[in-house]
Design a protein around this ligand. Structure first.
Ligand code: ATP
Length: 224
């Protein structure tokens, strides 16, 4: 993050072939040179900006809405994935540093599957989604579309925080009213019915003990 501070903002890094992609908690994000669009955007938010907590979800809304406009039917999985037919089409990793009196920073990493060969899917170890329609698009045009959506969303986020995105996120939620479990390091922490997210981006879960607010931290959601 220190090194990011010396970059001009915004800075965009696009990898034709990403060889050490990361997910949350040190998990790996795998790609092939032509099969996955991978890029990172460093963005600075003005001093006194909103809590960074809902930022990964706001980014999900921006990317998902633009993919829908481009004709790809997608939904959101809490907290940070974009699904197509219930399988992961894109992953989002946001690393941020909130400043009180100074500006806040975020590096937003996105991996979007365009055309995933069977060997890569085997390596990932689960079925994933891709989007042949996007794979046919000019790569720079696609990137420009996504960046334009992000620019609008990040400006909105600086002014209003995640509250501007709650309804939009909930409209795209893949698991509304479905029974899900929340896992942490392989252990089930909670089981309940997913209701949607609140104004901070926490998942609202109806459990036998009442409604719980789940902070993303390092927990993962699994549909039952
Ligand atoms: P989970 O996917 O287990 O719910 P998560 O959403 O937090 O957890 P991330 O950290 O966002 O996972 O992403 C890393 C995970 O994504 C890897 O553990 C792997 O299962 C999966 N993965 C890696 N590469 C790809 C890819 N190209 N397409 C889809 N999924 C991938």
């Amino acid at each position: 993050m220190q090194r990011v501070k010396s970059l001009l903002t915004p800075t965009l890094l696009v990898a034709r072939h990403q060889t050490a992609g990361r997910g949350r908690a040190g998990r790996t994000w795998l790609s092939t040179p032509d099969g996955v669009l991978t890029f990172s955007l460093a963005w600075e938010f003005p001093a006194g900006a909103q809590s960074m907590m809902g930022l990964p979800l706001a980014v999900g809304v921006a990317i998902a809405e633009r993919l829908l406009q481009l004709g790809v039917p997608v939904q959101l999985k809490w907290p940070n994935d974009i699904l197509r037919n219930g399988k992961k089409l894109a992953g989002i990793l946001v690393e941020s540093q909130a400043g009180q009196t100074q500006s806040s920073w975020a590096v937003i990493g996105i991996g979007l599957n365009l055309s995933v060969p069977a060997e890569l899917e085997r390596e990932i170890g689960q079925e994933v989604a891709d989007a042949a329609w996007l794979a046919q698009m000019d790569r720079n045009q696609l990137l420009a579309q996504l960046l334009q959506a992000l620019q609008v969303a990040l400006t909105e986020f600086s002014l209003q925080g995640f509250s501007a995105f709650v309804e939009r996120w909930n409209r795209l939620h893949a698991h509304t009213q479905q029974t899900v479990v929340i896992m942490e390091q392989g252990e089930v922490l909670h089981q309940g019915i997913a209701l949607g997210v609140d104004a901070l981006g926490c998942l609202l879960l109806q459990t036998e003990q009442g409604e719980q607010r789940i902070h993303s931290g390092d927990v993962s959601l699994r549909p039952l």
